[in-house]
Design a protein around this ligand. Structure first.
Ligand code: CP
Ligand code: NVA
Length: 334
């Protein structure tokens, strides 16, 4: 692996949202991810950033994203320092701008997971080193890279494939998947009650992109109409990190008809795969899952255990691909 991954095209750039990258850029990052994945499987080392240091700043909890950054950093020859949600002064005693300037003096790159997209954008503005968005309320771009890689691996192509996103389509996953599909010429369907559709502003931006890539974006409230012939059915939790517990009742009432069930998968057809960024409430083996069962009497939420564990489910391929794609983003931007 060349030290200047993708000919230095991305060197010094931050990775904050997919809107900042062209379709060709995204394809380049996916190709690099596939290459790094193949090298790792073949036991070929790629310590192209030996001696560099990165900071992992998490204001919300994580399993996949944190581990993906740590393992990928190690594979690239780097050290990673993890700052947990209570482990930094940022926001409480120190501004984002000052934190960015301090971390930028010590680290070669910074991952940030937190609340508003404006925070990660500010961090990038002042850090002087690449900043990578590990999830904000608005976007989760490294997840979508992993998802696109997974779809490409499964079908061999992205353009023309139909993805249906069921659930709260106006938060980080719905937003980012709509952008990703628009950029890659896919057909994206948000399937939810109208109030859960992405904002008009983001839809308009994506429609402009779609005009150039041939993508098609639709917004449909009827689950059976939306999912007919889908290649991918995607869902996410109904209540995201940082949202108050009080919204559970309303979300369950609104989104129960949008749960991914075997009927929905059958309606889509045998070609259809099931995707989820994880973590998922598909059984009662979590404290929140049990708590919701005690309060509302439902034994699963956004997806049934049957679909989650079915042959059509590729959720653990997505989880693995978080590492390969995050590695590609770091390899290319450092
Ligand atoms: N999908 C995802 O971002 O998972 P974590 O919250 O575990 O990082
Ligand atoms: N929408 C979810 C995604 C988790 C990866 C959340 O923000 O909690």
């Amino acid at each position: 692996m060349d030290k200047n991954a993708i000919n230095g095209k991305f060197k010094g750039k931050s990775f904050l949202k997919l809107l900042d990258f062209s379709s060709e850029d995204i394809q380049d990052l996916l190709d690099l991810s596939a290459k790094l994945k193949a090298e790792k499987k073949a036991g070929i080392a790629h310590k192209i950033h030996e001696g560099k240091n990165i900071a992992l700043l998490f204001e919300k909890t994580s399993t996949r994203t944190r581990c993906a950054f740590e393992v990928a950093a190690s594979d690239l020859g780097m050290s990673a320092v993890y700052l947990d949600p209570s482990g930094s002064q940022m926001g409480k005693k120190e501004s984002i701008e000052d934190t960015a300037k301090v971390l930028g003096r010590m680290f070669d790159g910074i991952e940030y997971r937190g609340y508003g997209q404006n925070l990660v954008e500010t961090l990038a503005k002042y850090a002087g080193v690449p900043v990578w968005n590990g999830l904000t309320n608005e976007f989760h771009p490294t997840q979508v890279l992993a998802d696109l890689l997974t779809i490409k691996e499964h079908f061999g192509t992205l353009a023309g494939k139909k993805m249906v996103y069921m659930g709260d389509a106006r938060f980080n996953m719905g937003n980012s998947l709509m952008v990703g599909c628009a950029k890659m010429g896919m057909n994206f369907v948000a399937c939810a009650p109208e109030k859960y559709f992405p904002s008009k502003e983001l839809i308009d931006q994506c429609q402009e992109i779609a005009k150039k890539t041939g993508a098609k974006l639709s917004f449909i409230t009827d689950p059976m109409e939306a999912t007919k012939g889908a290649d991918v059915i995607y869902t996410d939790v109904w209540v995201s990190m940082g949202e108050p517990a009080e919204v559970w009742q309303e979300r369950i009432n609104d989104l129960l008809p949008y749960r991914v069930t075997s009927d929905v998968m059958e309606n889509a057809g045998p070609q259809c795969i099931f995707m989820h960024c994880l973590p998922s409430f598909h059984d009662l083996n979590t404290t929140i899952g049990k708590d919701i069962y005690d309060k509302f009497g439902i034994d699963c939420m956004e997806v049934t255990d049957e679909v989650f564990n079915s042959k059509q489910s590729v959720v653990f391929d997505e989880a693995e691909n978080r590492m390969h794609t995050i590695k590609a983003v770091m390899a290319a931007t450092l």
